[in-house]
Structure formats: C-alpha cells, structure tokens
Design a protein around this ligand. Sequence first.
Ligand code: RP5
Length: 179
Amino acid sequence: MSARSELASPAVANEGKSGMSTVGLIMGSDSDWPTMKAAAEALDEFGVPYEVGVVSAHRTPGKMIEYGRSAADRGLKVIIAGAGGAAHLPGMVASVTPLPVIGVPVPLKHLDGMDSLLSIVQMPAGIPVATVSIGNARNAGLLAVRILAASDPTLLKRVADFQAALEAMVAEKDAALRA
Ligand code: RP5
C-alpha cells in the first residue's frame, strides 16, 4: 500500500497513510510526474511515507520558500526535488532548509535534459544538492531510503537485502547467458 499523502499546501503535509511523511517529493510542474513517479515507486517499495506535490521555483516562489523553511519542522528528513529546463527548484529549496536535498534533472523536449542537469548540479560551495543522473528519479527515491536507513537499522537491513537481491538477479542472468 502506498504511504503517499498529496501535498495540498505546504501546511498540510504530514498525514501519510502509514504515519508522518519523512520524505518530501516535489516537482516544478505536474508535467514532471511521468519522470518523478519512479521516486514514489521506490519509496513505496520500502514503505517510506512521503508527501507529493507541485512546487514551482518560478511560478510559485512564495510557496517554494515556505515549503523549504517549514520542511524540517513538519517532520520531513529528506527532500527530493525534480525540475526540468531552468531547473532552479532543488537548489533554491536547499538554500532555505537544513535537510538533505536530492535533485532530479527532468529531461524536456529540447536539450535532452542537459539544461536541467547543469542547472541542478552546479551548486555553489555551501549549499549541496545530491544530483542523480538525468531522469533517474528511481535512484533519487533509493538514495532517500538510504539516507533514512543510516539511522534506522530495520530499514538498513532492507536496503542490504535489496542489494543482495540485485546481486542474485545478475548472477542468475549471467548463469543463463553461459548455459
Ligand atoms: C519546470 O518547467 C518544470 O519542472 C517542468 O519541467 C518545466 C515545464 O513545465 P510545464 O510548462 O510543463 O508546466 O519548471
């Protein structure tokens, strides 16, 4: 079962179905969702409660600042922010929260996502954003899980089990190829 809560407004955010959201999953536009839903799926796989919503750096700058400033007090531990083009959302949110921020460069029609990648990855010293590869929202979800797992032994064990399953899957494919 998904532990997702829709983000109606920055003030209504911590009522995920299985408890308080620990991850904030935001994106600059609903058009980013086809890319960003892979992060939600990864969080679902590990049962991590999260909130999801659209927060635009350019179209809703006030909401973005309020979201970032209130995130830690609302109980979030990690923020995943995806945006495309002039992708300022992850960096700007990182500038107003002490929480770790993971940036997802969303590829758009032009420039193959290189614009999004460079907008997100080239942060000035002092304000880090952990940037995943272009369009790789799944890794953003998995990285958020790992960050939470560092202080949660049960979750850490599940991450280790997940890695062991990956290894077993590759071994199986290798064996099938050699057979
Ligand atoms: C960015 O502009 C969004 O993150 C999105 O990737 C892009 C285009 O947004 P729409 O015009 O599709 O709403 O801020």
